[in-house]
Every structure is written in structure tokens, then in C-alpha cells.
Design a protein. Structure first.
Length: 236
């Protein structure tokens, strides 16, 4: 927990120091949206999941939190100084639509400040999962968008952004739950593929992955996922 808090601080530190009008895309349960508000900004958090927004509103009733899909058309009245997002963009397939809408959401000279998975993110975990599916004569198609620094800079420029800073860094991340941390993570993030299999096969896959990844990702009393992230600051 201490470690992940420090990791958010890293991204929050990119925000301007003077109060800004900010939209937090994919705000989830609102933890970072609340931190942004606490730093003195006027912030709206959006998430397409009604369940996430329900939880966020229960935790932070004072915040402006809305169920909204960022890929839908942008209203003409909606403009922000900063578009912020943490650990969300790697889930979005239509990156062109995403960047097109973000560009529209920004005021002139506004900034996109975001972080998400980069090329190589969870490489060991994905390889281990792919290996297990291959053993069962199945294919794994990664649902994630994990770009290189160069590819993302090129994409941003193709959408008229000025790239101010892009950093790619290893971000080893402690998985909550102690010995069950990796199992929980696999069940949550590979759920779509796992649900297509019998319970016995799911159990076997998770058992094998835990064994195979022990040498590289088990650290004495916890699992540490091999996250590698890209941190971006780009302006309109
Ligand atoms: C992450 O890099 O934050 C991440 C990637 C895939 C699943 C969950 C988290």
C-alpha cells in the first residue's frame, strides 16, 4: 500500500501547482480524484462503470463523479485545463478515438497527463498465461494496448499534440493478498479467457502459473508484478 501510494504521487506531481479544471478519466473508486481535489483543483471524475461510480460516490460524496464513456461524443460546453488518467488507457482499443476526444476536451494549451502500461508491461505474467493456454491448444490474444515510447509519441503527434515528456520505467508492483496475490490478480485480469474454461482447467492454469512465476515474482512474503509503465505529458 505504501509503495503504490508513492507511485501515484509520482504522477500527481506532474499536475500544475496552481488550481486547474481537471477531468480524471477512468476514476474507478475515486482515490486519485480525491487527491486531485485535495491539491486544490476543480475536478470531475468519470468512469464507464456504474458500479465503480457508486463506490466512489459512497466514499467521496463531495466529489463530482459521473458515469461516462470517454469514447462517446464530447459536449461543446465541456473543456478542461488538464486531462488526467492513471492505469486506464491500456484497456482502450480505439486509441485514435480516445486521443481525438481528449484533444477536443482540452482548452487551448491544455495538457494531457497520464500513465499506463508500456511495451513489456506484465511480460512474464502474459508469457506464463500464453504458455498455459498453448498447452490446452488455445490461443491468447492480449486485450492490452502497451505501446513503446516512440509509438506513443508518434500517435500523439498524429493527433496534433505537442509531446512535452514521455518516460518509460519499470514499476514493480506489490500485489495485495500475500501468498494469494498472484492468484487473485490472474483471476481478475484474465477473467475473460478463464471463464471460457472448466473450473478444473482454470485451477490447473493458476497452479502452474504460480509455480512457474515463483522464481521471478515471489519476494519472500509477497508477489511483485512486473509492471512497466509509460508516463506522458503532452499539450494541445
Ligand atoms: C497496469 O499496468 O497497471 C495493469 C496492467 C494490466 C492489468 C492490470 C494493471
Amino acid at each position: 500500500m505504501i509503495q503504490s501510494t508513492l507511485l501515484w504521487q509520482n504522477l500527481l506531481a506532474e499536475l500544475p501547482k496552481t488550481p486547474q479544471h481537471i477531468i480524471d478519466i477512468g476514476c474507478g473508486t475515486g482515490t486519485l480524484t480525491n487527491e486531485i481535489a485535495r491539491a486544490g483543483h476543480q475536478v470531475v471524475g468519470i468512469d464507464q462503470s456504474a458500479n465503480m461510480i457508486k463506490q466512489a460516490r459512497a466514499k467521496f460524496p463531495q466529489l463530482d463523479l459521473q458515469i461516462k464513456n470517454v469514447l462517446l461524443p464530447v459536449m461543446q460546453t465541456e473543456r478542461y485545463d488538464v486531462v488526467f488518467s492513471n492505469a486506464v488507457f491500456h484497456w482502450i482499443k480505439d486509441q485514435d478515438k480516445l486521443l481525438q476526444n481528449i484533444f477536443t476536451l482540452l482548452k487551448a494549451n491544455g495538457q494531457l497527463i497520464c500513465e499506463f502500461g508500456a511495451a513489456g508491461n506484465i511480460a512474464r505474467i502474459q508469457q506464463a498465461f500464453q504458455h498455459e493456454l498453448t498447452q490446452l491448444d488455445r490461443e491468447y490474444h492480449s486485450p492490452f494496448f502497451f505501446p513503446t515510447r516512440l509509438d506513443y509519441a508518434t500517435l500523439l503527434r498524429s493527433h496534433q499534440f505537442k509531446v512535452e515528456e514521455i518516460t518509460v520505467y519499470d514499476r514493480p508492483t506489490v500485489l495485495a493478498g500475500g501468498a494469494a496475490g498472484l492468484k487473485n490478480w490472474i483471476e481478475q485480469f484474465f477473467a475473460t479467457d478463464l471463464f471460457k474454461l472448466s473450473q478444473a482447467k482454470q485451477t490447473l492454469i493458476i497452479h502452474n502459473m504460480v509455480q512457474n512465476l515463483k522464481d521471478s515474482l515471489w519476494k519472500q512474503d509477497h508477489w511483485e508484478a512486473d509492471y512497466r509503465h509509460i508516463k506522458v505529458r503532452a499539450s494541445k
